[in-house]
Design a protein. Sequence first.
Length: 456
Amino acid sequence: MKSIDLSSPKVLRTCLRLAVPAMVAQLINVLYSIVDRIFVGNMELVGDLALAGVGVCAPVTTLITSFASLVGLGGAPVFAMCMGEGRNDNARKILSNALIMLLVISALLTALILPLLKPLLMTFGASENTYPYAREYMLVYASGCVFAVLSAGLNQYITAQGYSGIAMATVCIGAVANIALDPLFIFTFDMGVTGAAAATVLSQGLSTLFVVIFLLLPKTKVRLSLRSCSAKTMLHIVKMGLSPFFITATDSIIIIVLNAVLQKYGGADGDMWVTVATIVQAFLSLITMPMLGITTGTQPVLAFNYGARNTALIKRAEKTIVLLCLCFTTLMFALSWGIAKPFVSLFTSDAVITQNSISGIRKYMIGIIPLALQYAFVDALTGLGQPRFAITLSLTRKIVLLLSLTFALPALFGVSAVFYAEPAADIGSALISTITFLCVIGKILKKREESTQNIV
């Protein structure tokens, strides 16, 4: 229950206390999908096909998560800014409207996805062989997506209050439950892919229960309450959340295009290449999601001090965040050469899939260190209430660079060349983001110092 002092001059200590729990939480969060895929990939006789089917579901599950980011990562910085200005009543209003938005969004998502399941999954790269497994998984996951949306969205408001340890505990509860339930449902109860989805949904339900209970406790600084809807507040949340939403939502588009390209240029081996991509993407998430934990977990210190007009502390904090991201990606780059093979072996024993997966992982790692700059600067701009810059930089990386290269490289150099699209986009976007951030940050902070207006 102890909250971190976001205005403390001990910047490194504050950033570490925010970043480490958030990083661990995101790493554990990755286990939701990875554990599912490990157990599914080891199902007797049908493991590789079932794994490809679950991989095809990734764009849909990612899209669902992106709406949680829209409200959670969109509202939390404004929420922290209001706390920095000493206006907790306004922060409470933001939290209340965020809850309403998350409930409505999750209901709409379930209503839209279930009737369109087959065309969605077939468009996203399913084949006649893998569709039955993808359908099994998504029927359950989409029906219970309210828990995924609520737990991820509301947890950001716990972090924004400085309760980083509680936010980490939220994710840990779900992850531990998922790891325990997966083998029980998949193998003991012989539920197969349906069991994997059911384990995930129930685990997210436990996380949601924990989040709601904590936000209702009397000792929580800004408690959850239901107030009247405010269109102005909701629009402000959406405006701030568009950048993290596009970052996550475009991941769905990239996965869709990647699966389609692999099916097209992979020919008779299309399903095999989708399985390879599923494994490679799982490995990449072990790096990008914890790094996202560092950059979004430390947003409260930037947003709080932006609200308090403490620009000197913001500058010191951002330098610390960049350094943390670079250290993390450098470490993971070094480790990747040794752990790629044992990681792949968790999913499959097929020699061809193993060889291509290891090759794909090593190609992805080429641009992983520069990617730290992209994450640190884009999320900093979001935390400082500058969505127009963050959105532009995010879309430049995903749409202009990554999407175009995903189409072009396999057409020119063969199916395996598609794995070079990610590192090329990472390096190019890191350069663009760094130049942009250095050009605008001084003006942004100076404008805030001179402003007498409140954030909301």
